[in-house]
Design a protein around this ligand. Structure first.
Ligand SMILES: CC(C)(COP(=O)(O)OP(=O)(O)OC[C@H]1O[C@@H](n2cnc3c(N)ncnc32)[C@H](O)[C@@H]1OP(=O)(O)O)[C@@H](O)C(=O)NCCC(=O)NCCS
Length: 154
């Protein structure tokens, strides 16, 4: 049976990553975010920007049958941009990608990991053992992200 594999990104994955992020955001964010903020999130993932992230971050993708179905980034003590394709949600893939980023941050020599959660993924991170640090205000003073952290068990 085919399995979902998690591997380091390659340049050929860029369009697949953008598709995952677009579909994941459109499936989850419309209930809590206004269209302007959704567009701002999607604007962070143009081909040029994803190409730059690939160079600057440890970037991991989940692949199934030659299709990109999830992604996550790590750098120093931070995890970013966790997204799962909607049709692959609820199959422990988000959990596996978080664990991959945590491994990476541990290997970077940190004993804790930080992230900015979207409002829609906050409860997922709580479930994964993360705690709130503070709300992050946007230009209009609205809290649209929450900084969270997890201290690794020794
Ligand atoms: C959040 C997200 C990554 C979860 O991915 P997923 O693959 O569906 O989650 P998993 O199947 O790995 O779930 C792992 C565990 O978390 C739980 N869980 C999943 N979503 C949850 C939620 N919204 N609230 C609480 N628990 C949740 C599952 O029940 C599962 O629990 P278990 O291991 O005890 O059985 C996915 O829904 C997603 O991509 N959302 C949009 C992402 C986003 O907003 N990213 C912004 C950057 S932070």
């Amino acid at each position: 049976m085919n399995e979902i594999t998690i591997r380091k990104v390659e340049v050929k994955d860029i369009l697949g990553i953008i598709r995952v992020i677009n579909e994941s955001v459109m499936a989850t964010h419309t209930r809590l975010y206004p269209p302007k903020d959704i567009q701002e999130t999607l604007d962070n993932y143009t081909e040029e920007k994803v190409e730059r992230y690939i160079k600057e971050y440890d970037y991991f993708v989940a692949e199934f049958n030659n299709e990109i179905v999830g992604c996550v980034l790590a750098k120093e003590s931070k995890m970013r941009s966790l997204y799962v394709l909607p049709s692959f949600m609820g199959k422990s893939l988000g959990k596996r990608l978080v664990e991959k980023a945590e491994e990476c941050v541990k290997a970077n020599g940190y004993n804790e990991i930080f992230l900015w959660s979207s409002l829609v993924s906050h409860d997922f991170y709580i479930h994964m053992g993360y705690e709130d640090v503070k709300g992050i205000e946007n230009m209009e003073g609205l809290i649209l992200h929450i900084e969270m952290r997890k201290i690794f068990k020794p």
